[in-house]
Design a protein around this ligand. Structure first.
Ligand code: ADP
Ligand code: TYD
Length: 208
């Protein structure tokens, strides 16, 4: 077994996760690290197909229970085809979202189903990241950033501000649940300043 490192980025929609995941990946590559940058939902061929079912269409298209199954199915494929092989080869895997998103979106914000999410995770996924950055920011600003992208993948953003507020609360609680791997990052700052903090925490983790 190789000893790769698994790093995830979490937070509400528009908090800057994708930007920070990309910046960290670019930095680590420039440092000569072997790295895979990936995302959820998606990150493998099959999971990207499932992604389209999840992020497009009407907000009430799926129940929270169906979403848990679809996100977990996508994650299992992502794990088998992308994450596990890269970690076995000793690479660093940086993922824009992972299981913490299901814990918060489907387990807390959409419905009170955390027990179901945790049970399915244990059965079907069974892996936690080594390091998780939770980008925290005020939902109104994040929502404006996210919708301004006009990506056509706004099913969750369209659930509205109240939903984003519940999500933020869920992510903050998660940081307390998993203090060893979760780092709470203030996202309401300049992109470069945030990236520098994340780079420092990562390089400390890589050398310990
Ligand atoms: P997420 O992946 O969390 O949805 P993104 O990284 O895609 O967030 O960022 C959403 C939008 O906000 C993008 O247009 C991005 O350029 C912008 N953005 C990201 N981080 C910052 C920041 N620190 N300050 C200002 N704008 C930002
Ligand atoms: P993403 O592409 O990361 O959206 P954004 O860039 O706007 O943050 O994820 C798509 C949506 O899927 C996002 O609103 C969060 C949601 N999601 C869940 O509800 N549960 C999950 O397990 C995951 C991975 C994502």
């Amino acid at each position: 077994m190789g000893s790769g490192i698994f790093i995830t980025f979490e937070g509400i929609d528009g908090s800057g996760k994708s930007s920070q995941a990309r910046l960290l990946a670019e930095q680590l590559k420039a440092d000569g690290k072997q790295l895979v940058l990936t995302r959820e939902p998606g990150g493998s061929e099959g999971a990207e197909e499932i992604r389209r079912l999840l992020v497009e269409g009407a907000p009430d298209r799926w129940s929270a229970e169906t979403e848990i199954l679809l996100f977990t199915a996508a994650r299992r494929d992502h794990l088998e085809k992308t994450i596990e092989p890269a970690l076995r080869a000793g690479k660093i895997v940086v993922s824009d979202r992972f299981a913490d998103s299901t814990r918060v979106y489907q387990g807390v914000a959409r419905a009170d189903l955390r027990g179901v999410v945790d049970a399915l995770h244990e059965q079907m996924i069974g892996r936690e990241p080594d390091l998780t950055f939770i980008i925290d920011m005020e939902p109104k600003t994040a929502l404006a950033r996210g919708l301004a992208r006009g990506s056509g993948e706004d099913r969750f953003e369209e659930l509205g501000l109240e939903f984003q507020i519940a999500l933020r609360r869920g992510f903050l609680a998660l940081a307390t649940d998993f203090p060893a791997r979760c780092h709470l990052i203030n996202g309401a700052r300049d992109m470069d300043e945030i990236a520098a903090e994340i780079r420092q925490i990562t390089s400390d983790a890589l050398t310990t």
